[in-house]
Design a protein around this ligand. Structure first.
Ligand code: NAD
Ligand code: 6OH
Length: 491
């Protein structure tokens, strides 16, 4: 029997008017029946969040909220195996990866933001006035209010908690809309929130799709105060339009078409290992994944050969098989999109040097969304394959001659999320990284995170930054108080 997942509103699990099936990307079987939130449920969730803000939660202190975030982190660790099972059932990702990255980061997100809010200082200025006196300005950071949190399916719990932790830490109430592909961990988190003592209405979950469903109902709701969204650039654009009538603040972490730049002095062992992780982690379904690799001509053939060998060594399989090193894509629909780029690459003149199709799988897994890690050479930077986000375990490799040319090729994109520079020359590492038109550039590393640093992108890759105090800026709304201190008693 499949599980039934309900919406979570004001501390209660509630049905929706209709339901949909969540399908496993591993074998095509049913994972869960999910209650879809209609307008009545979304309204109730927003109202529950508003009521929480108007109650004792609205008067909670930073110290109380920091303690609460730490309790949530502790409870996540106690229910680690439940969350792991939920996440793996939805995504099919190898358990070892979900254990190390996805679920572990959920607890870290809460702890990190507990530290951030507890350490936040007062934003204050002393101003000289014309009469020789002074004025004291200080800004009181108040919660933004009811925050709509809309997240994708690739790192479901990690990305959800990356937003929910600072939102709650800053005293907001949230209505979360997880992806229709990954409804399980957000629902389980509702139980964890209740167990940790989060007041009713502070964390609400509405299930469903985007357009014409819970996502749109939430972003067009008249009583939300802001939207934080992670997902596709096109969806970000729709949400921006949806909130325009109310001029609501948004924070968007969107797609990428990220470049790696490999110089001929790079440590090739570290570089190829790093490239492999950056292209293939989570079956290429991380917004930060590299899909364009620019390699200096002198080492091009060697990098291609070594990376192709590494790609061929990946083993698709069941999440709990210790030998599995690559899971499926999230769904058949997403695989159809990735496969369409595989055939387009060939039509656009690519030479496929690794993968290129669907791997042979045992018959029990034949309905899964499996795909081969794929590498191409011979693609021009102007081709759709090199310009559009594919979001699969794929990359095109292109040679370059000079540093200037590498910078120009890497920056020749409408996206601007991340880049990775591989070189032993640290002057060049800094120089090139600083010239990348992106939110995040790594040198001799990829996806190495400090949760206090600004995370986000430019261009089609997003609006705003989150992380540490950058998150606090989005999740709070300051009121500046200016107190005149008259000078000398002659005023
Ligand atoms: P998506 O944009 O299709 O969906 C994301 C979420 O938005 C889902 O919950 C979906 O139901 C909802 N949604 C869709 N249309 C909506 C609408 N009109 N109104 C309101 N909500 C709507 O993205 P996805 O396919 O789930 O995720 C993959 C994409 O996410 C990729 O483009 C990837 O690059 C991006 N992503 C970016 C980051 C980042 O930090 N920059 C992180 C993870 C994923
Ligand atoms: C995108 O798929 C990954 C985003 C990662 C983060 O937001 C993070 O905090 O690590």
């Amino acid at each position: 029997m499949t599980r039934v997942l309900r919406n979570y509103v004001g501390g209660e699990f509630v049905d929706g008017a209709s339901s949909f099936e969540k399908i496993s990307p591993v074998d095509g079987g049913a994972v869960a029946t999910v209650h879809e939130a209609d307008a009545v449920v979304v309204d109730a969730a927003v109202a529950a969040a508003r009521a929480a803000l108007n109650g004792p939660w609205g008067r909670s202190t930073v110290a109380q909220r920091a303690a609460l975030l730490r309790r949530i982190a502790g409870r996540i660790e106690e229910r680690f195996e439940d969350l792991l099972a939920a996440e793996v059932a939805d995504t099919g990702k190898p358990i070892a990866q979900a254990r190390k990255l996805d679920i572990a980061r959920a607890a870290q997100n809460f702890r990190s933001f507990a530290d951030t809010i507890a350490a936040e200082g007062l934003d204050s200025y002393l101003t000289d006035t014309a009469d020789g006196g002074r004025a004291l300005n200080y800004a009181v950071g108040k919660p933004l209010g009811v925050v709509a949190v809309i997240v994708p399916w690739n790192l479901p719990l990690l990305l959800l908690t990356w937003k929910v932790a600072p939102a709650i830490g800053c005293g907001n109430a949230v209505v979360v809309k997880p992806s229709e592909e990954t409804p399980s961990s957000a629902t389980l988190l509702a139980e964890i929130m209740a167990e940790a003592g989060v007041p009713d209405g502070v964390y609400n979950v509405v299930h469903g799709f985007g357009t014409g469903s819970a996502g749109e109902l939430l972003t067009t709701h008249h009583d939300i105060d802001g939207v934080t969204f992670t997902g596709e650039s096109r969806t970000g654009s729709s949400i921006m339009k949806a909130v325009a009538p109310w001029v609501r603040p948004v924070s968007f972490e969107l797609g990428g078409k990220n470049a790696a730049l490999v110089f001929d002095d790079a440590d090739l062992d570290r570089t190829v290992e790093g490239l492999g992780r950056s292209i293939f982690t989570n079956t290429g379904q991380v917004c930060l994944c590299t899909e364009r690799v620019y390699v200096q001509r002198g080492v091009f053939d060697e990098v291609v050969a070594r990376l192709a060998k590494l790609a061929a060594e990946f083993r698709p399989g069941l999440p709990d098989d210790p030998l599995t090193t690559m899971g499926p894509l999230i769904s058949q629909a997403h695989r159809a999109k990735v496969l369409s780029y595989l055939s387009l690459a060939t039509r656009q003149g690519a030479e496929c040097v690794a993968g290129g199709g669907i791997p042979d799988m045992p018959s029990a897994l034949s309905e899964g969304a499996w795909i081969e890690p794929t590498l191409w050479t011979g693609l021009d930077n102007a081709t759709a394959v090199m310009r559009e986000e594919i979001f699969g375990p794929v990359a095109g490799l292109v040679p370059f001659d000079t540093e200037q040319e590498a910078i120009r090729l890497a920056n020749d994109t409408k996206y601007g999320l991340a880049a990775a520079v591989w070189t032993r020359d640290l002057d060049r590492g800094h120089r090139v990284a600083q010239r990348m038109n992106v939110g995040m550039a790594w040198v001799n590393a990829w996806y190495l995170r400090d949760l206090r640093s600004p995370f986000g992108g430019v261009g089609l890759s997003g609006v705003g930054r989150e992380g540490g105090r950058h998150s606090m800026r989005f999740y709070t709304s300051p009121t500046n108080v200016c107190v005149r201190i008259a000078g000398g008693g002659d005023d």
